[in-house]
Design a protein. Sequence first.
Length: 292
Amino acid sequence: MSGFLGVPVGAAYHLVSALTSLLTPVAGGLAAVAAIVVFTATVRLLLSPLSLRALRGQAAMARLMPQVQALRTRYARQPERFSRELSALYKREGTGPFAGFLPLLAQWPFLSVMYLLFRSATVNGTPNHLLSDGLFGVPLGAHWLSGAGLLSAHDAVFVAILAIIAALCWLSARLAKRSAPGAAAPAAGTSAVRGGNRVPAIPASAANRAKPRGAGGPPARRGGDPAAALADSQAAGMLARVLPYVTVAFAAFAPLAAAIYLLTTVAWTLAERRLFLRRAARAASAQVPATR
């Protein structure tokens, strides 16, 4: 391969080949697969600061949602003022609605290189020996639709990988739902658990009456409706819950090596999110004074 991507593809070829040779005494025929996993884990480790920043940004978005709803209520008839105030709020908090896309954008060049590496018969004018390696007899450069047919070993490998990716995406979507905007605070008319005791639900009408006059306008004005606020929160978190499933569709049309890369990076993302939420829960519980 020549051109702009020839240099990174060549570098990736030498790196994956070296890892394959290093892992052969341990992994045997699965050394190339293990090399792709190690390569992916190394990439994700290097990108972990961006991932941590993205997770913090998503948590900040959930925490700021009540303030966003208050701004929307206050400037319901002033969209330009609302945009300015919202931008100022995000700037003060060091976050934004697209903070969670940083790791995805940073990973795209590496995924593209891996995709091109296992689509190229030659690399820098020499045969691509990585194409001769495989997983349970399926070449790493093979595609799902190029198999021998249903119930073949080729299809079984791809279906298994796609099923695992889908399961990991489902778990990731559940975690994203827990940390999505709207999960940070209950809306009016719902109940909450505080200190181990369930707090009775507050009717929406009572919540509106409790507002000081002039702080949010009449209760019937748009933007002050708790149901509308909840709908906005759900819409804001829907993208984070749906986006992981795009990975399954991409893996279905990518070479086997790229599918293995995607499986590894989705598993890494899930582990990162679980660890972040666990640490956040511990930090939150440590700030709450112990009750007798």
